[in-house]
Design a protein around this ligand. Structure first.
Ligand SMILES: [Zn+2]
Ligand SMILES: [Zn+2]
Length: 401
């Protein structure tokens, strides 16, 4: 990649720094009042009110609690989408912070409070100071954590009502130095599928196995057989995970059970590997069951798809980062993660890129280095300025006059 800009943008960072305190308060207010997926009523009220005050045209109700704020300027035809997520997790907070969750058992443990606050901070700066020509769509989605809020917004017509030429999203990442920006072209987050294999045999007396068809022995063979899919069927240069997390069968030593149930978590980092895992898991379970004289029902539930960042949008997003924070604070092509993210649904329909912003790596970063989904996690408020400056510059560069 040729780096057009090697300078940083201290003026922009300083401008966003000067309004950061207001949005740190917003972040902490959302943190104190976390809401689970599709129940982000207070949060979406707050988002909608702020956007309205800033002059955005606000649309509510997509995906239930989703909010879109639109700002159009000039004659430009280009249309840009930026996405933040708003939901919390069912975790009992243990940070001891003054602004800790006031709801026992619900916590912003993934930093979606911070993502929402960064995008609102950018919304203010953009509305008041950024020159652009075109259409900006700020998308605040519900239910990222497992409930596919992005997919729900798409089903409700997100891209028909708010067409976008490109969409970007940002997630904080503990372990990466605070304010560092990490990019990756291609697959960045894994698909996540759930499989239930039900083996139906013929129960009987443990003393007379020849008169029964034992689903437990078939299940044991299937658990071992599944291990060969990653080692024997997946290209060694690709990656995949098949975890049998539960194997339920039988209750007493002298009874051959009627059935056995296996529960699997299946992940892949390429759509083609994902397809081949489904084919092989289904074939192997059915053929193996048949070889033991039992039958197999395979219930294959697809969760989030592989998140694949588009090449030219990722390159554009990187250049914005270089210009803002300088090359030393940008990871050009980071490693993919085996977690999953429902922004993947949006990237299946519109080009774009998903980037990570470092939440902190050292002791001095306080809660910043603690991994997301941990009860001691907290979003790093120092990112409000840099994250919102990043969004502002990206809008300025994408929707140039
Ligand atoms: Zn999460
Ligand atoms: Zn998250």
């Amino acid at each position: 990649m040729s780096l057009v800009h090697e300078r940083t943008s201290p003026d922009l960072l300083a401008a966003l720094q000067s309004q950061a305190a207001e949005f740190i308060d917003v972040r902490r207010d959302i943190h104190r009042h976390p809401e689970m997926g599709y129940k982000e009523h207070r949060t979406s009220d707050l988002v909608a009110e702020r956007l309205q005050q800033l002059g955005y045209r606000v649309t509510r109700g997509l995906g239930g609690t989703g909010v879109v704020g639109q700002l159009r300027r000039g004659q430009g035809e280009k249309k840009l989408g930026l996405r933040a997520d708003m939901d919390a997790l069912p975790i009992l907070e243990e940070t001891g912070l003054s602004y800790a969750s006031c709801k026992p058992g619900i916590m912003h443990a993934c930093g979606h409070d911070g993502h929402t606050a960064m995008l609102l901070a950018a919304a203010k700066h953009i509305a008041q100071h950024v020159q652009f020509s075109g259409t900006l769509n700020l998308i605040f989605q519900p239910a990222e954590e497992g409930l596919a809020g992005a997919q729900k917004m798409l089903e409700d017509g997100l891209l028909q009502q708010f067409p976008c030429d490109a969409v970007f999203a940002m997630h904080n990442m503990p372990g990466l130095p605070q304010g560092h920006l990490m990019f990756r072209e291609g697959p960045m987050m894994a698909s996540s599928d759930y499989v239930t294999i039900t083996l139906i045999g013929k129960g009987g007396h443990g003393a007379m196995p020849h008169l029964a068809a034992d689903p437990l022995v078939a299940g044991a063979a299937i658990v071992l057989g599944l291990q060969t899919i990653v080692s024997r069927n997946v290209d060694p240069l690709e990656s995949a995970v098949i975890t049998v997390g539960a194997f339920l069968s039988g209750s007493v030593n002298n009874v051959i059970p009627q059935q056995a149930v296996l529960s699997l978590s299946v992940r892949a980092l390429s759509p083609s590997v994902r397809e081949s895992l489904q084919v092989r898991i289904t074939e192997l379970a059915q053929a193996q069951a048949q070889s033991y004289g039992v039958s197999a029902q395979v219930d294959y539930q697809r969760g989030y798809p592989v998140l694949v960042n588009h090449a030219s949008e990722t390159d554009f997003a990187r250049q914005v980062a270089h210009e803002l924070v300088g090359a030393a604070r940008v990871t050009h092509q980071g490693k993919p993660l085996t977690g999953s993210e429902d922004f993947a649904f949006i990237l299946e329909q519109v080009p774009g890129s998903y980037l990570l912003i470092g939440n902190g790596s050292g002791e001095g970063d306080g809660h910043g280095a603690c991994m997301v989904h941990n009860p001691a996690y907290d979003f790093n408020d120092d990112n409000i300025a840099v994250g919102s400056a990043y969004w502002s510059l990206l809008v300025e560069r994408f929707l140039r006059d």
